[in-house]
Design a binder for this molecule. Structure first.
Ligand code: FAD
Length: 522
């Protein structure tokens, strides 16, 4: 059966849900997501969402902080849009039922995180993403204009003569089906699964970027992969995030002897930008031949920590660490994909009819490195703008393309990969792990030219094996994810080699730092 819709939305995190809600005011929306609807990076966001809403804060300050964290290579126009439209989007979230933490008398409670010169982070304990995701999902489920397909995966885009007419999907029953749409919105999120140590869930496999690469869309900034300095570090335990908000509440980073060290590396100390803290931790680990450092918040009472950081408190306790009594073992982990599919400030990609926002996109707001709590914000601000743009211009954009669209609808597209034996799950798992180890080793926190070249060399046999599996086996979500991860791995390694400087979260021992003047007045 051939499906048809006004707008096809791929992904159900903050960006996909925001777009779906806004576009569904006037358009029919088909929302496709490869797991269950709530599964996304959004759901795991802890610290919060940044916005200038406090009387003692101002836009210029948030803009300056974002530009500084971005190492001077942000797109300033996009940053201004991000910051100036933040309050309106926060009001939407509150209207939709997100209950940000408040002080009984003072109103909204603002936290501070690394790289922010003011307290401006709104949060719901340390479960902010879950609260946002849930409020939006509830609204989407009630909308009669939004049809939802769970456990359905975007395989490829249907692009003819530079226009996107929809996508090829892999359904839960393993069957490939085309969907034709007048506009397509990509919100497939990031790619933390590319690295063996990551805070991202299993779904974060960079599908959108790999699909866009195959479709010929412009990509940008893939060398800028952010490594969060503080993920839980204990053998056999997952590298779950220990939010920066702990340092905002006074937690200190300690070396293996228990001595604070961040003052030796940056004037902002424990609240320096993430790339600087990650490299400082690496340096300390190297000097002490240790595989982790410590983060200490034990000066706070158990009751306070249970209230403010329920997730971190419980998760650490489950792995034997009582955070009100002892320091938490931490080390860096892959966290955020700063680069991606290049878009303008209305979410338009280089392919007409194809929009993208959220972590899959490269709007230019993060430049060389993302400021904490700016990514949920980026997702909602730019997905909203993309939806408004689509709604206004869809008929204009689509004009003259009805015939091509009808022909595609009538003839369909001959893709048939249901045949063949199912791929061996164990082999796919092993290949995925080999890729992730390779990327961590060769394209991690500290890079070298030799390491990047070696990484490219090691990628080739994995690529060849996956090509053979694609030809001989029926397609499954895990096989297609592996294909996408390998493509993206190659793109990240190539982008890192092509970058002449060490800048932002891309640091190479063989490349000089990019020296740019500090941002001027805004
Ligand atoms: C542990 C953690 C903590 C974080 N904390 C914060 C924070 O405090 N503040 C902040 O601003 N940011 C934070 N971030 C980053 C932030 O959560 C993400 O950048 C943001 O949520 C991205 O939203 P998104 O909608 O672009 O993508 P996601 O929320 O990742 O959603 C992507 C969606 O696309 C679907 N999908 C992917 N590929 C396909 C495909 N091929 N076919 C169909 N569907 C597909 C996925 O299943 C998912 O539904 C955190 C991230 C993590 C992992």
């Amino acid at each position: 059966m051939t499906l048809e819709t006004d707008v096809l939305v791929i992904g159900s995190g903050a960006a996909g849900l925001t777009f779906a809600l806004e576009a569904s005011r006037n358009l029919r929306v088909l929302l496709v997501t490869k797991n269950e609807i709530r599964e996304s990076n959004t759901r795991y966001a802890q610290g919060g969402i940044a916005a200038v809403l406090h009387l003692q804060d101002d836009y210029r300050q948030h803009i300056a902080d974002t530009l500084t964290a971005g190492a001077g290579i942000c797109d300033e126009e996009a940053v201004k849009v991000l910051v100036q439209e933040a309050p309106a989007r926060i009001r939407d979230l509150i209207r939709w039922g997100v209950e940000f933490d408040r002080d009984p008398e003072k109103g909204l409670r603002f936290a501070r995180e690394g790289g922010h010169s003011r307290s401006r982070i709104l949060h719901v304990g340390d479960l902010t993403g879950k609260a946002i995701e849930e409020a939006m999902v509830q609204r989407v489920l009630k909308s009669p204009a939004i049809e939802i397909h769970e456990r359905e995966m975007l395989v490829d885009l249907v692009v003819r003569d530079g226009h996107c007419y929809g996508a090829l999907l892999l359904g839960p029953e393993g069957i490939l089906k085309p969907v034709f749409s007048r506009a397509t919105f990509l919100a497939t999120g990031g790619a933390g699964q590319l690295f063996s140590r990551t805070t991202n869930p299993d779904i974060a496999t960079g599908d959108g970027v790999a699909v866009c690469h195959r479709a010929g869309a412009e990509l940008q900034g893939l060398e800028f992969f952010q490594f969060h300095p503080t993920a839980f570090a204990r053998h056999g335990a997952p590298a779950f995030l220990i939010s920066e908000a702990l340092r905002g509440e006074g937690a200190r980073l300690l070396d293996p002897r228990g001595i604070p060290f961040m003052e030796n590396y940056h004037s902002m100390g424990d609240l320096a930008p993430r790339d600087i803290v990650s490299r400082a931790i690496y340096d300390v680990m190297f000097r002490h031949e240790a595989d982790h450092v410590f983060l200490d918040i034990s000066h706070r009472s158990r009751a306070e920590l249970e209230r403010r950081f329920p997730f971190i408190h419980q998760s650490c306790a489950a792995h034997g660490i009582e955070i009100d009594r002892e320091p938490i073992p931490v080390s860096p982990a892959a966290h955020y994909t700063c680069g991606g599919v290049k878009t303008d400030i209305d979410g338009r990609t280089s392919i007409s009819g194809l929009y993208a926002s959220g972590e899959v996109a490269q709007t230019g707001v993060h430049g060389g490195n993302r400021l904490a709590s700016n990514s949920l914000l980026e997702s909602v601000v730019f997905a909203y703008r993309a939806a408004v743009h689509t709604d206004r211009l869809i008929h204009f954009l689509f004009k003259g393309r009805e015939k091509g669209f009808r022909q595609l609808l009538d003839r369909g597209i001959p893709w048939n990969r249901e045949e063949g034996v199912p791929p061996d799950a164990q082999e796919i798992g092993d290949l995925r792990q080999r890729l992730r180890d390779l990327m961590w080793r060769h394209a991690g926190v500290i890079r070298t030219d030799q390491g990047l070249h070696e990484g490219i060399g090691k990628l080739a046999p994995l690529e060849a094996r996956v090509q053979r599996l694609l030809q001989s086996c029926s397609w499954s979500i895990s096989l297609l994810e592996l294909r996408n991860l390998i493509i993206l791995g190659g793109l990240v390694l190539e982008a890192a080699l092509a970058q002449p400087h060490s800048v932002g979260c891309h640091f190479s021992q063989d490349r000089p730092p990019l020296v740019k003047p500090p941002p001027g007045p805004v």
